[in-house]
Design a protein around this ligand. Structure first.
Ligand code: KIV
Length: 271
């Protein structure tokens, strides 16, 4: 099994080069020091402290109850284990309702917790926030497609961008977010053809989850990869423990499978 690691910190220009060189970017979530260290040592390029921690760590039904305090705490303990990967912190629900709060909270993410980038959910409505963060040199990952923080308005977690109109809107959102200064784009639960089109038409790297294997990179929730997520697991997830003797091998297999575009396979994608 080939693992390419280096102790040099991965930077945003490095990710752009990976996109240009068609070298898939490997991302995973982590919520504590030990897993962060293991992921970093296994060659994972991006570690996200996702607000999915509300569900997989705290046992909530949604990500809505997660607070800034929770995110700062988990990001700070994850950051102790990360030497090489880019560390992203999710901005939790209502932590970016306006420019001032977004700037204050993102500053805490970088200064107090040790994140290198923040991720926020939203499309055109978030353009002023993305512009403000970016103009203050705060790297931003914009999360579009299925947005778990919108669950109460959306009603259910389902594939986004299936109609021609919704697909057009998502293409427009991706272009506008890139223009506003987003440095990465995360696409969740999007038909693979649409994800491929967005990936081909943006210069910033596109990381997919349930978005097919044409994206520039892939991310999974760690607990889905380990097969320990309680309850229903999404179609796009794969339990890598089923074919691995231990956790280390499962993570390294995920890294190799994303690098070789073996994962996600057809059965993990939407049409
Ligand atoms: O919170 C999270 O884990 C996410 C996933 C899409 C990776 O945002």
């Amino acid at each position: 099994m080939s693992i390419q690691t280096s102790t040099c910190r991965l930077t945003l220009p490095a990710f752009k080069k990976m996109k240009q060189g068609k070298q898939p970017i490997v991302a995973l979530t982590a919520y504590d020091y030990s897993f962060a260290y293991l992921l970093d040592q296994s060659g994972v390029d991006i570690i996200l402290v996702g607000d999915s921690l509300g569900m997989v760590i705290q046992g909530h039904q949604t990500t809505i109850p997660v607070s800034m305090e929770d995110m700062l705490y988990h990001t700070s303990i994850v950051s102790k284990g990360v030497e090489r990967a880019l560390l992203i912190m999710d901005m939790p629900f209502m932590s970016y309702p306006g420019i001032e709060r977004a700037l204050d909270n993102a500053t805490d993410a970088l200064q107090q917790a040790g994140a290198h980038m923040v991720k926020l959910e939203g499309g055109l409505d978030q353009i002023p926030i993305v512009k403000a963060l970016s103009s203050h040199e705060i790297p931003v990952c914009a999360h579009i497609g299925l947005k778990p923080q919108s669950i109460y308005k959306a009603g259910s977690y389902r594939v986004q961008g299936r109609s021609a109109q919704a697909a057009e809107k998502m293409i427009e959102e991706a272009a506008a977010l890139e223009k506003a200064g987003a440095d990465l784009l995360l696409l969740e639960c999007v038909p693979k053809i649409l994800a491929a089109e967005i990936t081909a038409n943006t210069e910033i790297p596109v990381i997919g989850i349930g978005a097919g294997n044409a994206c520039d990179g892939q991310i999974l929730v760690l607990h889905d990869l380990l097969g320990i997520t309680p309850g229903k697991v999404p179609k796009f997830a794969k339990n890598f423990m089923q074919e691995s003797p231990d956790i280390q091998t499962a993570i390294r297999t995920y890294v190799d499978d994303v690098r070789s575009r073996k994962f996600p396979a057809e059965e993990h994608s939407f049409s």
